[in-house]
Design a protein around this ligand. Structure first.
Ligand SMILES: *Cc1c(COP(=O)(O)O)cnc(C)c1O
Length: 430
């Protein structure tokens, strides 16, 4: 690894004025026991830190940068929009175009409301579901992360898994009381909860491919059974596609697996790197949202023209060139397939889960199919893996329970660099 003097100095300064020195906990590198890198710029598949070290990047801003960093057309679209004014607080054609584009890509999105983050999207989707059904309870899955919504910070995944406690202080007992916890890939656990609370559950919210306890694909029949259980009970099915949306197919996981949820949430890719989220779905449900209906939800910067222009340009580039999906899927097969082989040759102790362009290497024999099996991972070994990769010029997620993200800007050579470094790691050079 190169020098890190500037990152270290920035971290020291940051800790004086920002809690933990970061604006989102995973950035602190605490789960891998290192000091964080401060990044300065990025282009394509590479990021450069404050000390001038360059890395092949597999964080991709945790998903948004599906076209790679600083894609010229996206930058130009944002710049052109910004030149016309950064924000109006009034309706614009860009918002109409965005909602039309989302519906064209994701047919279940009959009505779409733009917000500013994935967290806002899931929070608002739950409120709409409760308003529509007149029910209070929700079912979520342990290990699924849906942003830092109070009611959803119960058995959540992602950054929380890196800490000592899976739940958050500051969430009132009454807030968490309406959240029922099921087990991922275990439809029977949902069936049992619905039976225990007949007519009380407003919605089942799920990551159709879990990606915040590491990547955990849905087993055949799991999502189909959720759909059927919700239909039988009158609960709404919410797909949280903040990561999977526009990534696993143009129409997200719901297209890939052929399931139509009642509501969906999006973020990350949708904003092209700017802060954007969206929720929407069935027209009759979304008509409960103000100003049409009694469920209040608003946002000063929602549908911001610069964000809309950047996000829409990224979506249009994805829509117009299906070769991008073929490329990232092929790279995913090469990377995650390659890692699987290398790990297998090295003997027991790890397993790889992947869907298309996202995947995770777990330091456990596996299979990893839910939160409990993910938690068997050896996080100390992951920390050594992360440090080894960083030394080889490769920036992975700084925690075991996250995904690696591929982009259109990655090449076979980038993937092969990871595989070569993995060979070294498993050859005992940990
Ligand atoms: C990242 C994420 C969120 C939260 O989005 P933010 O923009 O970070 O608030 C919600 N759901 C899923 C599945 C996510 O991965």
């Amino acid at each position: 690894m190169g020098k890190t003097d500037k990152s270290r100095a920035l971290y020291a300064r940051a800790q004086e004025v920002i809690p933990g020195g970061v604006n989102s906990p995973a950035r602190a590198f605490g789960a891998v026991g290192m000091e964080p890198l401060f990044l300065e710029r990025a282009e394509g598949a590479r990021v450069t830190d404050a000390d001038g070290n360059s890395y092949i990047d597999f964080i991709g801003s945790w998903g948004p940068m599906i076209l790679g960093h600083a894609r010229a057309e996206v930058l130009a679209a944002a710049g052109e929009a910004a030149a016309k004014g950064m924000s109006f607080g009034a309706a614009t054609e860009l918002e109409v175009q965005m909602a039309e584009l989302v519906r064209a890509l994701v047919p279940s999105m009959e009505l779409t409301r733009m917000v500013n983050s994935g967290t806002e999207a899931t929070m608002s989707a739950l409120r709409a579901a409760r308003g529509f059904t007149g029910r209070d309870k929700i079912i979520k899955f342990s290990g699924c992360y849906h942003g830092h919504v109070d009611a959803l910070l119960v058995k959540a995944g992602s950054g929380l898994l890196a800490g000592a406690s899976p739940d958050s202080a500051g969430v009132s007992a009454s807030c968490a009381a309406d959240t029922l916890i099921a087990s991922y890939n275990d439809a029977d656990s949902v069936r049992a909860l619905l039976k225990e609370h007949p007519g009380e559950v407003a919605a089942v919210i799920v990551e159709p491919v879990a990606a915040n306890m590491g990547v955990v694909p849905p087993e055949p029949g799991f999502l189909e059974t959720l759909r059927a259980l919700c239909d039988g009970d009158g609960a709404l099915l919410i797909f949280d596609e903040v990561i999977t949306g526009f990534r696993l197919a143009p129409g997200g996981a719901q297209e890939r697996y052929g399931i139509r949820p009642d509501l969906s949430t999006f973020g990350k890719i949708l904003g092209g790197g700017l802060p954007v989220g969206a929720y929407g779905g069935r027209k009759d449900v979304m008509e409960v949202v103000a100003p049409l209906g009694p469920v209040y939800q608003a946002g000063t910067l929602s549908g911001n023209p610069v964000s809309m222009a950047a996000g829409m340009k990224q979506l249009l580039l994805l829509k117009e060139d299906p070769g991008i999906y073929a490329h990232i899927e092929a790279l995913g097969a090469r990377l995650f397939g390659g890692l699987t082989q290398i790990a297998r040759r090295a003997g027991a102790g790890c397993c790889v889960n992947a869907v298309g362009s996202i995947g995770s290497l777990f330091f456990t024999d596996g299979p990893v199919r839910d939160f409990a099996s993910a938690m068997r991972s050896d996080t100390g070994r992951y920390a050594r893996w992360f440090a080894h990769m960083l030394g080889a010029g490769i920036l992975l997620a700084p925690a075991q329970f996250e995904a690696a993200f591929l982009s259109a800007a990655h090449t076979e050579a980038d993937v092969d660099a990871v595989l070569a470094a993995a060979e070294d790691f498993f050859a005992g050079k940990e």
